[in-house]
Design a protein. Structure first.
Length: 234
C-alpha cells in the first residue's frame, strides 16, 4: 500500500484521536462516551480511556459512533471553557485586596468601596451568565453555584462592614470624650464592644488584606451584623 493510501486510511482515525486526546474530557464525559458505545460492545469488553489504542478502534466498533463521540467532546469543551473562566474569576478574587486609610493614628478605615462593589457585581453577573449556559452541568454547575453563594456572602459582608464604618466614624468622636461613659453607660458599653471589633478586624486586614480571606473567617458576618444592631440602638 502506497503512502497516500496509508494516509487516507489513517485519516479515518483523526476525529476519534482528537476527541480522545482532548484535555476537556473529564471522567463525567468519558462515562457519557462509554454509555454511547457500550451497547454495541461485548458484555465483557470495557472501554477504559487509558487502555484505548488506535489499533482497537475498528474492533471496538468506534467508527460507528464518531458523531456521538464528537458531540460529547464538543459539549465537554464548552464546559471546559466555562471551567477555565470560573478558575480565572476565582484567581482574580484570591488576589483582590482591601485598601486601608489611616484614621487618627488609632486604627484604619477601608477605602475604595466603589471598586469593591464593582468587582463583586461584575463577578456576580458573569457567574449568573455562566449558570445560564446549557453546557453548565454536573460538578461544574455545583461548583459555580457555590461560587455564586460565596460572592453573595462577600457582597453582604461588605455591606455590613461599610455600615459599621459609617456609624462608627460618626460615633467615635462622641464616645471618645471622658465623661460619656458616666452619662450613657449602656450606650458606651455597646460602643466599646463595636470599637473593639472594628479595631481588631482592621488590624487583621492590615496583616491579610484579602477580601475572600476575610469572608472565610469564622463568625465574621455574625459579628458585624450584631455590631450594626448595637449601633442602631445607640
Amino acid at each position: 500500500m502506497d503512502l497516500k493510501a496509508n494516509l487516507e486510511k489513517f485519516s479515518k482515525n483523526l476525529p476519534l484521536i482528537r476527541c480522545f486526546t482532548s484535555e476537556a474530557i473529564n471522567d463525567e464525559d468519558w462515562k457519557d462516551i462509554q454509555d454511547a458505545v457500550q451497547k454495541s460492545m461485548k458484555d465483557n469488553t470495557s472501554l477504559e480511556r487509558e487502555d484505548v489504542k488506535i489499533s482497537d478502534f475498528e474492533s471496538l466498533n468506534l467508527y460507528s459512533y464518531v458523531e456521538e463521540i464528537e458531540d460529547i467532546t464538543m459539549k465537554a469543551e464548552k464546559k471546559y471553557s466555562l471551567q477555565q473562566k470560573l478558575k480565572q474569576m476565582k484567581d482574580e478574587m484570591k488576589v483582590f485586596q482591601l485598601e486601608q486609610a489611616d484614621y487618627k493614628g488609632i486604627t484604619w478605615l477601608i477605602r475604595g468601596w466603589d471598586e469593591i462593589n464593582t468587582k463583586l457585581d461584575d463577578q456576580t453577573v458573569a457567574t449568573q451568565a455562566m449558570l445560564g449556559s446549557s453546557f453548565m452541568k454536573g460538578r461544574l454547575k455545583n461548583e459555580t453555584k457555590a461560587w455564586e453563594g460565596k460572592l453573595n456572602l462577600m457582597s453582604e459582608l461588605a455591606d455590613e462592614i461599610l455600615k459599621v464604618q459609617r456609624n462608627w466614624m460618626y460615633l467615635e468622636p462622641i464616645f471618645s470624650s471622658g465623661d460619656i461613659s458616666a452619662t450613657m453607660p449602656l450606650e458606651y458599653k455597646m460602643f466599646v464592644e463595636v470599637d473593639t471589633l472594628w479595631k481588631t478586624t482592621m488590624k487583621g486586614i492590615e496583616d491579610d488584606p484579602g477580601l475572600i480571606d476575610l469572608a472565610d473567617k469564622e463568625g465574621i458576618m455574625q459579628h458585624f451584623q450584631e455590631a450594626n444592631k448595637k449601633l442602631d440602638k445607640i
